[in-house]
Design a protein around this ligand. Structure first.
Ligand SMILES: *[C@@H]1O[C@H](CO)[C@@H](O)[C@H](O)[C@H]1NC(C)=O
Ligand SMILES: *[C@@H]1O[C@H](CO)[C@@H](O)[C@H](O)[C@H]1NC(C)=O
Length: 343
């Protein structure tokens, strides 16, 4: 009798614990914990990312065209220009996110916009024909290596419009749209699209770098790049004196807009180092980081560590940047003694 009661209690207890566990799963755990582990083909995620970046870029170019028209016709005030900028930024962001959200379960990191978002109708006007665009990029993506990755290890980083200041000034040369895929802490795929030059550069870790027209980009050879350091337009002065102390007078400093643009200068070996001294958001660096890594370079912070992109890290890198597509640690070592706050 006593034994029977005992079993009954145990049985009730088991049922009770079962319900508690179920309640825990439903109410307290994040969806990732209960989601089964899903493997995906990296190339599939890449195809969404590239489609997104090209659609965003198309919108940026189209809105710029209107901007120019309205400046000519109406003589836009600064406020009017700012409105068009916001529009380019928001429409590009919306079109890219619309594409990425079609990939179920993909985590997306993008700048949060406080201003009211654009409506579907507004964005629709700038949506390029998805299918023909898709066909035009499919060929280049097929060349990329096949790789299985765990979906819940991935994050996709979106920069819908890099070099916004330069965009408002009509310096379209510097403008890029970027998407990047990270796996844990590491960027494994980056795409930098130049909307005013109809060009996208992709980099895949442990594989290489390619242009949208299918041309492979080789890592720069020793002595190939001129001794040029690229820096942002607002910090040229400080970096110039730092570079003179660290590298000697043989180096020239060139100021340029946009993190994407400055990284591309390293990729085509028209500059050797890119230095940034202030805080920078990681969606500004991620795609370029993936690309320089694929060439054998790195983006280091002022402590000499490669940037980390894992979900538990901050989206802002406050430690500056020393970037090179070739021998980044050598440049970092030279700079090290002259950095503010280091011995
Ligand atoms: C852009 O380049 C792609 C190939 O790189 C080409 O198929 C497409 O026609 C070009 N578009 C324009 C508008 O030049
Ligand atoms: C190198 O890349 C930059 C940025 O994409 C571009 O503006 C420049 O024309 C390129 N130069 C050469 C020689 O390819």
């Amino acid at each position: 009798m006593q034994v029977q009661l005992h079993y009954k209690n145990v049985f009730k207890l088991v049922i009770f614990l079962g319900f508690v566990y179920l309640a825990y799963l439903i109410f307290f755990s994040s969806s990732n914990d209960v989601m089964p582990i899903i493997d995906v083909e990296l190339r599939d995620v890449v195809s969404y990312a590239v489609l997104g970046v090209e659609m965003g870029g198309h919108a940026v170019a189209a809105i710029h065209k209107e901007n120019k028209l309205s400046i000519q016709q109406k003589g836009l005030t600064d406020e009017g220009k700012a409105e068009l900028l916001t529009k380019a930024d928001l429409v590009s962001n919306k079109l890219i996110l619309d594409v990425l959200k079609r990939f179920m379960g993909l985590k997306i990191v993008s700048e949060e916009h406080e201003s009211p978002s654009v409506t579907d109708e507004e964005a629709e006007a700038y949506r390029e024909d998805r299918y023909s665009l898709w066909q035009s990029i499919r060929g280049s993506i097929d060349v990329l290596p096949s790789r299985r990755v765990r979906l819940d290890d991935l994050q996709v980083w979106v920069d819908p419009l890099d070099a916004t200041q330069e965009f408002t000034e009509g310096l379209t040369e510097y403008v890029t749209v970027m998407v990047c895929i990270t796996q844990g802490d590491d960027p494994i795929f980056g795409a930098i699209h130049r909307p005013f030059h109809n060009e996208t550069i992709f980099g895949v870790s442990n594989w290489g770098v390619m242009t949208s027209s299918g041309k492979m980009i080789k890592p720069p050879k020793e002595g190939e790049a001129p001794p040029t350091i690229v820096v942002s337009r607002s910090h040229a002065g400080e970096v110039k004196s730092l570079a003179e102390k660290a590298f000697g007078s043989g180096y020239g400093v060139e100021s340029a807009g946009g993190s994407g643009y400055k990284t591309l200068r390293l990729v085509n070996a028209t500059a050797e180092v890119y230095i940034h001294e202030t805080a920078i958001k990681k969606w500004d660096t991620c795609a370029g980081d993936a690309i320089v890594r694929a060439l054998g370079g790195a983006m280091l912070d002022m402590d000499g560590s490669p940037l980390k992109y894992g979900p538990s890290t901050s989206v802002v890198n406050k430690r500056g940047l020393v970037v090179s597509a070739r021998n980044p640690y050598t440049y970092y070592q030279k700079l090290r003694g002259f950095l503010p706050g280091t011995k």
